[in-house]
Design a protein around this ligand. Sequence first.
Ligand code: FES
Length: 197
Amino acid sequence: MSGDGVDTSKRRFLTAAATVVGGIGAVYTAVPFLASWMPSERAKAAGAPVEADISKLETGQMIRVQWRGKPVWVLKRSEEMMAALPTLNPRLRDPESLEPQQPEYAQNEWRSIKPKILVAVGICTHLGCSPSFVPEATPQPYDPEWKGGFFCPCHGSRFDLAGRVFKGVPAPLNLEVPPYKYISNTLILVGDDTGAA
Ligand code: FES
């Protein structure tokens, strides 16, 4: 009688305990699996290189692609834009690109592999806004000597058409140049420079 009752409750207790243990076991086996699987998949997706097709890019135009959740600009500079770059050197914080904001192959006066094509991460190095593209060499309220470049409306930082930061603005560094390479004359791979010349 009472023995049956005790046995039953014991059985119930053991069943419940086994279920809990089983449940905990399931959680413990699932977590390491997710932990080892999710980040690598996420990292792969987040870091995957992206292609930028510049076959239709006209002189003076810029296109944007997304890489790692960031905007990447691809600008085709005109002769005039190129000619303006060295004239700005005295007004820039790091005109020689001495700070490691670009791969070695972009540490040159135009900050790019091919002089006319700029590839840069379109994120202000101050607090992360995306600056506006202001290509016209016409006086601006923030710079009467404007030669074309990028203006960050958040706190007034300015960059030239090579992504080099001006002196006296909040942004401390030139815009970042991502790793990239040319797959062909008209196709750029952003995020991967392996095997590039
Ligand atoms: S985020 Fe660009 S100036 Fe502050």
